[in-house]
Design a protein around this ligand. Structure first.
Ligand code: PBG
Length: 331
């Protein structure tokens, strides 16, 4: 049996809360967190999302209140998703200035100005009647290049509505380039592109589909990444950087920390990660059963994502976490 030498005692740095705080390598702060929100057309009251307890589909008014509260709590940004009343084959509600997402962005920018970073989900799936992220060809397959033109128009509509950042999330090849060029051509050089760089075809998006009333049948495996792939994300990263991404994102977060760490190691732009609906639902469900301590689990999961390399974390817990961090004891 060997006795540890005096200089081999890592526990010295764990002795007191103050000591642990002093030597902590990763610190989460509210300013790193972005709150995703849903706004639904044609409702009078907020509608709870059953599989995401605590999350609602907002009315235009309730969205303004929720966003203002989140900003007051110190949250770093807001990512807006729209739920339209009518859907069609090309997702025209996404490009219509009177579409729900664009009017909500207009409302939010008027209310909040530059006090937060206003982000817009740039994807057609909430607006198409078939639920895919792009338009379909005559065989029913998602048509990459025809979709790019729709994204270009949608980006410009979102920039006009007041988005500081657009987040192309459809995983079409070339989407970042097309969006960047369209924004520049329309005079929106200052609007940034948050590229969904490594977005996996994940079962963890399940509750989100309820949140946006998705009509999707089938899956997104021809455009989102296969969960078994790791190196592929570096190829996606290279392309997004070449195409002009201002920030890059990995999604989901906790099940893909290896990918996140790889991307963060080589990216020279800020890296984000998205703790998705299913990650939220898992914690909520276990906490409700009394099987996990919700607050501790939330902070631990978010810290892990931050530690693995995400400077920015999109999370439905953004405001909850901001409050927890504000009241945190130093342990
Ligand atoms: C596509 C989009 C999705 C999510 C964010 N953007 C759904 C999908 O790709 O199927 C999922 C987010 C979540 O699960 O929290 N617009």
């Amino acid at each position: 049996m060997s006795i540890p030498l005096p200089h081999h005692r890592p526990r010295r740095l764990r002795t007191t809360p103050a000591m642990r705080r002093l030597v902590r390598e990763t610190r989460l702060s509210a300013a790193d967190l972005v709150l995703p929100v849903f706004v639904r057309e044609g409702i009078e009251e907020p509608v709870p999302v059953t599989s995401m307890p605590g999350v609602v589909q907002h009315t235009r008014d309730s969205l303004l209140r929720a966003a203002t509260d989140a900003v007051s709590a110190g949250v770093g940004g807001i990512m807006v998703f729209g739920v339209p009343r009518h859907r069609d084959a090309t997702g025209s509600g996404g490009t219509d200035p009177a579409g729900i997402l664009n009017v909500a962005l207009t409302d939010l920018r008027a209310e909040l100005g530059d006090s937060t970073v206003l982000m817009a989900d740039l994807c057609l799936d909430e607006f198409t009647d078939h639920g895919h992220c792009g338009v379909l060809d005559e065989h029913g397959a998602v048509d990459n290049d025809a979709t790019l033109g729709r994204y270009a128009d949608m980006a410009v509509a979102q920039a006009r509505a007041g988005a500081h950042v657009v987040g192309p999330s459809g995983m079409m090849d070339g989407q970042v380039r097309v969006v960047r060029e369209a924004l520049d051509a329309a005079g929106h050089q200052d609007v940034a592109v948050l590229a969904y760089t490594a977005k996996y075809a994940s079962a963890y998006y399940g509750p989100f589909r309820e949140a946006v009333g998705s009509t999707l049948r089938g899956d997104r495996a021809t455009y989102q990444q296969d969960p078994g792939n790791r190196t592929e994300s570096l190829r996606e990263l290279r392309l997004d950087l070449e195409e002009g991404a201002d920030m890059v994102m990995v999604k989901p977060a906790l099940p893909y920390l290896d990918v996140l760490s790889d991307v963060a190691a080589v990216s020279d732009v800020p890296v984000a990660a998205y703790q998705v609906s299913g990650e939220y639902a898992q914690i909520e469900a276990a906490a409700r059963l009394g099987w996990l301590d919700r607050d501790r689990t939330v902070l631990e999961a978010l810290t892990a994502v931050h530690r693995a390399g995400a400077q920015v974390v999109l999370t439905y817990y953004a405001q909850v976490a901001a409050r927890l961090l504000a009241g945190r004891d130093p342990s």
